[in-house]
Design a binder for this molecule. Structure first.
Ligand code: DOR
Length: 437
């Protein structure tokens, strides 16, 4: 599809870590110029952005998009539509599909599917098993190795220290861990057997289970000076651990759910609040917020993990863990900013700039000449509720239904192409494979 030149006129733009009213010219998919007023020729598409705020497009570094194999929950097309609506212009997707993404062949298959179907840019993790060490080092392109230390059934579970040590000691690329102690979870599941209150989920997979695994991953990362990323940090204990002991080569993320939801959500939305690692206490919420604001936690990921309403309605413990998130994460965080929890600039950093930096994604996450034109225009003046009937995710529900949010995307731009414009998706747009330098 030919890419038109665009002029985004009079947006409030995040430039050099400050907001200013500016024009932004996009040519050949890249940001060409930012200036108070830019003159253009006639074949440039003009977007009047008066009163709107222009941010770098969100890069969501942890999503589960279910293709191949679980397309009844979500697929790369529907998920990328949800991304476009949510201002997410790039995503990094997890390997627990069917078949698992544990070989170059399966990685290639996902890249081919994404090239055909994805409205936004895409990258994929390679999943670690106890046996695929050679693939972990050679697979390309990938944002990193995903290890499920806990909370996973099947071949992706790597819960033995000896197997973990083999992976940490070989190679150099980024290792991202889902840090929960599987042995502890197994034992506690027995202890709580027969209990059907979903709130029990947070007791079975408790704070200690998360802390044990994060401690082990940190120990191995320090031993081998291995680049480590801790996915969805959920507990105050882990945040405090990292506050006092976080080598320069370690990063951590938190989900919006772990910031704005806690165990009280089981009373209102029951099993729809069930995720791994589980929701924690209001006190954990506050410690995580402090760690994020202080830079102990580096950025935000949604862990978008769609399951059907029927699956979620089965009744605990027969319900799968996970919640969708890509089309609500930006307004959730911008509403928090409006409420004084953080600044809009911090949100842009945590949801784009810092992610591009941590995963070494070139030319993304900043609004400046030469950077890719992956952008989102948001409206910070209007509030609108999350409505089930407007959701693009195939699973068709959100834990935030009814929440009145601001900062909704008005226009989303991927590689200079308008993919979402005031409620309308342009499903002809295709994103590109991300590279990791
Ligand atoms: O709650 C979760 N669901 N956490 C994960 O890490 C996996 C995910 C899924 O794939 O459903």
């Amino acid at each position: 599809m030919p890419v038109a030149n665009l002029l985004i006129r009079q947006a409030t733009v995040l430039i050099d870590r400050a907001f200013q009213v500016s024009d932004v010219l996009v040519q050949d998919g890249k940001i060409a110029q930012t200036a108070p007023e830019i003159a253009i020729d006639s074949d440039t598409l003009i977007i009047d952005a008066t009163g709107l705020t222009l941010l770098p497009g969100v890069i969501d570094p942890q999503v589960h998009f279910r293709e191949p194999g679980l397309e009844y929950k979500e697929d790369l097309f529907t998920a990328s539509c949800a991304c476009a609506k949510g201002g997410v212009t790039s995503f990094l997707e997890m390997p627990n599909t069917n078949p698992l993404t544990t070989t170059q062949e399966m990685l290639n298959d996902k890249l081919d599917r994404a090239a055909q179907k994805c409205l936004v840019n895409y990258g994929f993790f390679i999943g670690a098993t106890a046996e695929n060490l050679p693939d972990l080092e050679t697979a390309n392109p990938t944002c990193g190795i995903k290890i499920f230390m806990g909370s996973m059934h099947g071949a992706l579970l790597v819960d033995q220290e000896s197997a973990l040590e083999r992976i940490f000691s070989s190679g150099r690329r980024l290792i991202a861990v889902h840090a929960e102690d599987q042995a502890r979870i197994r034992a506690r599941r027995e202890q709580f057997a027969g209990m059907t209150d979903p709130a029990v989920h947070s007791q079975i997979q408790d704070n200690q289970a998360a802390l044990n695994a994060t401690q082990l991953a940190l120990k191995l990362s320090k031993k081998y000076q291995r680049r480590l990323h801790i996915l969805h940090l959920s507990t105050g204990e882990e945040a405090e651990l990292l506050r006092h002991d976080k080598p320069a080569w370690v990063t951590a993320e938190v989900t919006p759910q772990h910031l704005v939801l806690n165990t009280s959500a089981y009373e209102t939305i029951g099993t729809f609040a069930q995720m791994n690692p589980p929701l924690r206490s209001p006190q954990d919420n506050e410690i995580l917020w402090n760690a994020l604001r202080d830079g102990v936690i580096d950025f935000i990921a949604t862990d978008h993990a769609p399951h059907t309403i029927a699956e979620k309605a089965k009744g605990y413990p027969n319900t799968p863990s996970g919640m969708p998130g890509v089309e609500t994460s930006l307004p959730i965080m911008l509403t928090q900013a409006k409420q004084g929890k953080c600044t809009v600039e911090q949100v842009a950093n945590w949801m784009s700039t810092a992610v591009a930096k941590a995963y070494k994604i070139p030319n993304k996450g900043i609004i400046a000449p030469g950077y890719d034109a992956d952008l989102v225009l948001v409206d910070l003046n209007t509030y609108k509720p999350v409505l089930r009937e407007e959701l693009q995710t195939k699973c068709g529900w959100s834990p935030f239904e009814g929440w009145n949010l601001t900062g909704w995307p008005v226009v989303t731009i991927v590689g200079g192409q308008v993919v979402f414009d005031r409620g309308q998706l342009n499903t002809d747009v295709r994103g590109k494979a991300l590279s990791f330098s």
